[in-house]
Design a binder for this molecule. Structure first.
Ligand code: DGY
Length: 324
């Protein structure tokens, strides 16, 4: 009998085709997030679960999926999965690191440029027929080149941001729990600073930390007050890293100049007032949404599933200890 894989939502065919070579694949036929009850029903009798960041995979879901041998997340972030609960049940959990690094950094950069140069405001203005000719004071934004970029969380995506910033002759400062070696800092053209120093010195701040207890609301009223009034904040990581209601207030009061967001605290909902502000650019969590990257993510998630089903340690294991 072929092992059965449950895929919680349609993903690029590349991954599904790989799975179909050796498995029976059940894909949620509707292009929407499943409810908790549907998830619980879906995992029953399945050997593998290929899930998305919008699926909350907790102990209850795992207990319903008694025969689950692997949980493969179609995302690099895995705050949607209770990894500890999976580990205690000896279920390997995997993610899709690396393949979305450059694509997500591109999107962060696009948000940064859009917010700095008021591209979205300009687009609206032009479409609405308000453009009556060149004007010396029309939609003045902020320069990007030569400014200071502060990167919070200096993993793969943070590093990719730094590489892009070098092309714009920016000073790049970073804050992370783990400091890079002096050789790496020199190679990447970055300088390590404390978090308060980063807040005070940056013209642009780009957030690239995972969502964990210690990064929850890492940006709140005190942090906005400590930033330059001209600063622009970019978040392509996870929404709850920023206190979104406080951000609305800071943008409204002019504590900071602008923001570019791809992620939100209660996705897909936005905090009241956010969408009314002109000094924020809003994207619908599309950091990794390129054809090439989503295709790679699908094959990567499938490879992780197949490795476990063959009895191997999957390439992107998050809780290796389950194999000890
Ligand atoms: C991730 O992978 O964690 C992104 O947020 C979505 O691709």
């Amino acid at each position: 009998m072929k092992p059965v894989v449950f895929v919680t939502r349609r993903i690029p065919e590349s991954g599904i085709d790989m799975l179909r070579e050796t498995c029976e694949v059940v894909v949620n036929g509707e292009d929407r997030v499943l409810s908790k009850e549907e998830l619980i029903e879906g995992v029953k009798g399945k050997d593998a679960l290929l899930c998305l960041l919008t699926d909350k995979i907790d102990a209850e879901v795992m207990d319903a999926g008694k025969s689950l041998k692997v949980i493969a997340n179609y995302a690099v972030g895995f705050d949607n999965i209770d990894v500890e609960a999976a580990t205690s049940r000896k279920i390997p959990v995997t993610n899709t690191p690396g393949v979305l690094t450059e694509t997500t950094a591109d999107l962060a950069w696009a948000l940064l440029m859009s917010a700095a140069r008021r591209i979205v405001e300009g687009d609206r203005f032009t479409r609405e027929g308000k453009y009556k000719g060149w004007s010396p004071m029309l939609l003045l934004g902020r320069d990007v080149y030569g400014k200071t970029l502060g990167i919070v969380g200096f993993g793969r995506i943070g590093e990719a941001m730094a590489r892009r910033a070098n092309g714009f002759s920016m000073q790049v400062i970073y804050y992370d729990e783990n400091r890079r070696s002096p050789e790496e800092e020199e190679r990447l053209g970055v300088r390590y600073v404390s978090f308060p120093e980063l807040l005070a010195q940056s013209d642009f701040i780009s957030v690239h930390v995972p969502l964990m207890e210690k990064t929850y609301h890492m940006f709140g009223p005190a942090e906005f007050a400590a930033m330059k009034k001209t600063a622009i904040l970019i978040n392509t990581a996870r929404g709850p890293v920023i206190d979104e209601a406080a951000l609305v207030e800071a943008l409204r009061k002019g504590d900071i100049a602008g923001a570019g967001l791809d992620v939100y605290e209660d996705e897909p909902l936005l905090k009241p007032g956010l969408a009314d502000l002109d000094n924020v650019v809003l994207a619908p969590h599309i950091g990794s949404a390129s054809v090439e990257t989503r295709t790679k993510m699908a094959t990567m998630a499938a490879q992780n599933v197949l490795a476990v089903l063959r009895g191997e340690v999957p390439p992107n294991i998050l809780n290796r200890e389950v194999f000890d």
